[in-house]
Write a protein that binds this ligand. Structure first.
Ligand code: AMP
Ligand code: GLY
Length: 421
């Protein structure tokens, strides 16, 4: 069977590797993929926003299943478009993808279905927001409504910072803004919680903790993710039940009430306070780097799982995981998440010695003249699974030490809450 994967990050390389192990998959195309995926798949350089060209390629090459990695094409309706041509697509449709595409859409669902989340207000201009701030406690959280690659969220310590954030949002820093979301700051510990759904049934798909901030000690600017570990140290049976009953089930019902269904991965970004879950945000895809961290623990054929979702048959599948601890460290270009250089050679990558429980997933890389060059902010993901987190992290350090890339940096404290305390 031929499979297509949309995206070019570490998440897509991890999906590509897992699919390549399936006996049912004999060819993978990545749109556009990276240097890592080109070793196991054929990279096809197409503009992702040109759905028509993509559809033509998929039909001409008889691709059986298309897996969508990132949120932007989902929010833009790629699933609806390709399904019109009878193409099998794993990923939610445009209506369901608003769970990530519009924070206000999700907040309104939370309100209507009584889903625990931070108290919030939606404001249409600076004057109204200003009045609200006069009666607010700080810190407070200001958010742009639309997709902003993790950058449209400001945690403000005082009114002055809040007004600056609101101005930036209304000035169009994250695209045209009709309104701004202001919400209560929740103090707890975050957790990424995943399910996979075929529209009628769903199954849990693991938990993880990612490190979003660029500096050690979880300080500095927000990034796409500097590393992660799985499982989260917070998960327990009681908490899991609360997450499903109070957050996941009402959300899936809300999507049904809109006349459609949720098919794909759903990633709940949660704040856990005294073993109680609060929804911070939804993502309509796997997390990156959580996906790279989780998939090496999966013992069931990923193709069978994704294909069964597209056929409404997920209940026929038993998803099995090994019970190892998994840790991922992301290596980035110096300067990320601000400006950084591209096209820097990563030397000795072919000398990297991966043991059976170690994995290297490429993100922002390209092959040129037989060398691997960096071409993004997050460049390489090193993952190791082991009986304990400490050993997993040490395995990764051993691997990274073989690499020669003076322009790269990584956080040396990934997993500190499960290792150093
Ligand atoms: P989001 O893009 O909504 O996930 O927000 C990015 C990050 O901002 C989250 O991972 C949290 O660390 C933080 N954050 C967002 N909303 C809140 C909130 N209401 N209270 C505390 N932290 C928040
Ligand atoms: N790791 C955060 C995200 O994928 O959005």
């Amino acid at each position: 069977m031929k499979v297509g994967i949309i995206g070019s990050g570490g998440r897509e390389h991890a999906i590509c590797r897992a699919l390549s192990k399936s006996k049912k998959v004999n060819k993978i195309y990545c749109f556009p993929g990276n240097a890592g995926t080109s070793l196991i798949a054929e990279n096809i350089d197409l503009e992702l926003d040109n759905f028509q060209k993509l559809k033509d390629f998929i039909l001409a090459n008889k691709i059986y299943l298309v897996v969508v990695g990132p949120e932007q094409p989902l929010v833009d309706g790629i699933t609806d478009y390709l399904e019109k041509f009878k193409i099998k697509v794993f990923g939610p449709n445009k209506i369901a993808s608003q769970l990530e595409g519009s924070k206000i859409f999700t907040k309104n669902i939370c309100k209507k279905y009584n889903i625990p989340t931070a108290n919030f207000g939606v404001f249409e201009n600076e004057t109204e927001s200003n009045k609200f701030l006069d009666k607010s406690k700080f810190p407070i959280v200001i958010k742009a409504d639309n997709l902003a690659s993790g950058k449209g969220v400001y945690i403000c310590e005082n009114k002055k910072q809040s007004l600056e954030a609101i101005k930036e949002i209304f000035d169009g820093k994250f695209g045209k803004a009709k309104n701004v979301l202001i919400e209560e700051f929740l103090k707890g510990e975050e957790m990424s919680f995943f399910i996979i759904s075929d529209g009628d049934n769903y199954q849990n798909f693991g938990t993880a903790q990612d490190h979003k901030r660029v500096l050690e000690g979880d300080k500095g600017k927000n990034t796409g993710g500097m590393g992660a570990y799985s499982p989260s140290r917070l998960i327990n049976n009681e908490l899991e039940k609360k997450i499903l009953d109070k957050i996941i089930n009402p959300t899936l019902k809300a999507i049904k009430d809109l006349g459609t269904v949720y098919k794909g991965f759903l990633y709940a970004g949660l704040m856990i306070i005294n073993n109680e879950p609060f929804l911070i945000e939804y993502n309509v895809r796997m997390g990156d780097p959580e996906c790279q961290t989780l998939l090496p623990k999966l013992d069931t054929d990923l193709f069978e799982i994704l294909n069964s979702c597209c056929e409404n048959q997920l209940k026929q599948i038993e998803i099995k995981w090994n019970n190892k601890k998994s840790l991922c460290i992301v290596m980035c270009s110096k300067g990320y998440p601000d400006t950084y250089k591209k096209n820097i050679e990563i030397k000795n990558i072919d000398l990297i010695d991966l043991k059976p429980n170690d994995f290297l997933f490429h993100a922002g890389t390209v092959f040129k003249d037989n060398t691997v060059l960096s071409n993004g902010g997050r460049v390489l993901n090193f993952v190791s699974i082991s009986d304990n987190f400490s050993e997993a992290r040490n395995n990764i350090y051993r691997i990274i030490n073989n690499l020669s890339w003076s322009d790269g940096f990584y956080r040396k404290d990934i997993g500190y809450k499960v290792i150093d305390q």
